[in-house]
Ligand binder design. Sequence first.
Ligand SMILES: Cc1cc2nc3c(=O)[nH]c(=O)nc-3n(C[C@H](O)[C@H](O)[C@H](O)COP(=O)(O)OP(=O)(O)OC[C@H]3O[C@@H](n4cnc5c(N)ncnc54)[C@H](O)[C@@H]3O)c2cc1C
Length: 493
Amino acid sequence: MSRAVVWFKRDLRVTDHAPLAEAARCDAALALFIIEPAWLDSPECHPRHVTWLLKCLAPLRDALAARGLPLLVRTGEAVEVLAALRREFACTRLFSHEETGPGWSYARDRAVARWCRAHGVAWTEWPQTGVIRRLKDRRGWAGRWQQRMDAPCVRVPAGWRAAPGFAPSTLPADLPTLRELGVATAPDTPPAGEAAAQQMLQSFLGGRALGYRRHLSSPLAAEAGCSRLSEHLAFGTLSLRMLHQATEATLRATSDRELAYSLRGFAGRLRWHCHFMQKLEDEPAIEWRNFARSADGLRPGDGSALQTADRERLQAWCEGRTGFPMVDACMRQLRATGWLNFRMRAMLVSFAAYHLWLHWREPGLFLARQFLDFEPGIHWSQMQMQSGTTGINTLRIYSPAKQALDHDPQGEYVRRWVPEFGSAAYPAPIVDERAAVAAAKQRLYGLRQTPEAHDEAGAIQHKHGSRKSGLPPSGNRPTRRTRAADDGQGRLF
Ligand SMILES: Cc1cc2nc3c(=O)[nH]c(=O)nc-3n(C[C@H](O)[C@H](O)[C@H](O)COP(=O)(O)OP(=O)(O)OC[C@H]3O[C@@H](n4cnc5c(N)ncnc54)[C@H](O)[C@@H]3O)c2cc1C
């Protein structure tokens, strides 16, 4: 007799869901979400993530209950929760999606695998993105991504043989309150859950996508011009495959050239999503260690404690009071809303890495807490790429003044987020920009000239570099193609 637990993680939906489909073939099933102290205590977790998660769980619970499957929401370390559930339910199968997460989730998965082996529970995991487990070589990766994304979405049946004696968790009454989770106030978050994801998707493909490429770079226009689907992808309230297929269908149906151009740019980014996640999957240490080991110890904070002056600069950056209005405006928008467009994220990191000469780990943890869409594989790869520590990507140093000129020429954005700009209340710049950038360039270009850095770059390129056009290029120097690929986000890589 097969008795299955469907363990929901970052896949909070009922469509295109292989574990749910498989559970329908079992003699009895239950659905489970675990609120893990390891997650709540992790340095990347922020109250806005907790609030958003709880908002996603309620509609998931209702959608499953409507089809007869109770969702249990339990708090505790995964192995303890599973062990307790096994005592109540005698499960023989555990179904879940694969996860490419931070170190704590990797350790947890290994502990769960050991527990399953010791207790005769067969754990099956399915991929839900283009990330490939135990990948030996990047050759052919793009083709395998395409195959997965073009495969038919998984049809989830209308009902399960639910385990008797279990009722869906009543939300939010039997969830720990935010205060119990150590959270004082519930921050504002956008509408959550699968229906909200579908609405956002429809509004994008059905209209907003038209100006996508034109609106990407300006922090003002990007707010409505980008898809705004990243948090739904990060929490799995939208399946990447469904998004890919809906995008392709819209592309096939349109004769509008601007829309087609925008949609092609958007479709390419869905591939980047997995390309970057694959890097963390292949090398989990990039969460805390430089891709290029030749860059180790280059900046304060990398293997050494920050001195007081560096800590004060980091603090000013985190609080949006650097005296550089575009940097401060972006940081304040991010802190208030949990979202920022790509170019402005890159500018914030470039400022911390080059102007302030800070190692990426602490700024990266701070940003991870702010981004509602925190996706570890994308995040840490991008943090390193924008800080110049991948060893293979073009160094890109953003001038905040040029970004303001290009993307906020009337000063509307800065006025919105830094109303005191121009008054005595606004601080003076915390660094001399010209001197700081010149010193940063000299150190990094010097490092890249060394034979060790050169040899290492070959190995990094082999392991992590893209092999196909359409993926972000990762050569040391901007090539003709990377310059031509400048599509409004600038030469990103
Ligand atoms: C330092 C830094 C950290 C970042 N951290 C994250 C993160 O934690 N989570 C995250 O989802 N994105 C991250 N990004 C990438 C990008 O900024 C966001 O995906 C994007 O701003 C999300 O908004 P959107 O969904 O409206 O994007 P759209 O432009 O509408 O793009 C659609 C989707 O494509 C993917 N995508 C877009 N741009 C990129 C990119 N450059 N690299 C990889 N995938 C991309 C995302 O899944 C995104 O949701 C980071 C970028 C930088 C520079």
